[in-house]
Design a protein around this ligand. Structure first.
Ligand SMILES: [Cu+2]
Length: 293
């Protein structure tokens, strides 16, 4: 029986190593490959922490198997009279198992600082690359205008999206903090250019929600009273899932929307389409022949 339990506890570290080695190849931990450059770096951080926890797990399992082996030896024939040994704590051990995790945690904290800053600190946002997008889509903007291309407002239970409208000369306006008469609106359908960093302003109309693009590894709480800038970069022109990651009420599941990353022209065409739909008054005052235009 003694050998059974020792082997039983020694078996799991082997399973852990195998799973840890296979996981990145099969993407068991993630909903598919990271679809943004930053997402790839977040995955690397995750796998680094997975390795640290796997090594820790192996260490503790080996220690457990060893203690079982030693403790069980007292049941061997001839050892019945051997006295049990009680430990009242070891100052040295306490120091070791407090300082080792502290060092590891500090290492992780400093190691991930750069990724965190790039993602979260406004001054580290890729401003120049964002401005290149504004130029390509001919956005008419002043120096201090928002870098955001859209405002996303979460509410129970949907995502409301506000885009800037167009000027008379056909250029795209800059997004203003407050709604404008020319603004364009959509629900549960966020469109933005692909292959370039784009920014949105996130807010909530009621409770806390969480803006979640699992494939891009982007997750940010929407907090009442705050306007939170988030930037991301989709690797491909395709549609991604946009979810709410905060249990925000009975209809939480309904906040299943989509984010479409498309070409610059596709994005502008989408806004034009929204404009046409919004300005459609459904009053048929033109002859039938002109309607085809
Ligand atoms: Cu929600």
């Amino acid at each position: 029986m003694k050998w059974f339990w020792c082997l039983f506890f020694a078996f799991w570290p082997i399973v852990a190593i195998v799973l840890c080695l296979l996981a990145p190849g099969f993407d068991w931990w993630f909903p598919g490959k990271a679809e943004s450059p930053l997402g790839g770096r977040i995955d690397d951080l995750f796998y680094m922490i997975l390795w640290i926890t796997t090594v820790t797990f192996i260490g503790t399992q080996i220690a457990l198997a060893y203690v079982l082996f030693k403790g069980a030896s007292n049941t061997e024939p001839g050892a019945e009279n051997e006295k049990a040994w009680f430990s009242h704590g070891s100052h040295q051990l306490e120091v070791i198992w407090s300082s080792v995790p502290a060092v590891i945690l500090l290492f992780i904290a400093f190691y991930q600082l750069e990724v965190w800053a790039e993602y979260r600190v406004k001054d580290a946002f890729p401003r120049e690359r964002m401005e290149a997008v504004f130029e390509r889509i001919h956005q008419d903007r002043q120096k201090n205008d928002s870098l955001a291309l859209a405002e996303v407002t979460a509410r129970q239970f949907e995502w409301r999206i506000r885009y800037p409208g167009f000027n008379a000369d056909g250029t795209l306006k800059a997004l203003m903090p407050d709604p404008q008469p020319t603004d364009l609106y959509a629900v549960n359908d966020l469109h933005l250019p692909a292959s370039a960093p784009v920014m949105i302003n996130l807010r909530t109309q009621d409770v806390q929600h969480s803006f979640f693009l699992p494939e891009l590894r982007i997750k940010q709480d929407a907090v009442p009273g705050l306007v939170i800038p988030i930037w991301f970069e989709a690797n491909h022109q395709r549609s991604y899932q946009l979810l709410c990651a905060e249990l925000c009420g009975w209809g939480h599941y309904k906040m299943n929307a989509r984010f479409v990353a498309e070409s610059d022209e596709g994005f502008i065409e989408y806004l034009r389409q929204l404009e046409r739909e919004q300005n459609e008054d459904r009053v048929d005052d033109t002859p039938d022949t002109d309607e085809e235009e």
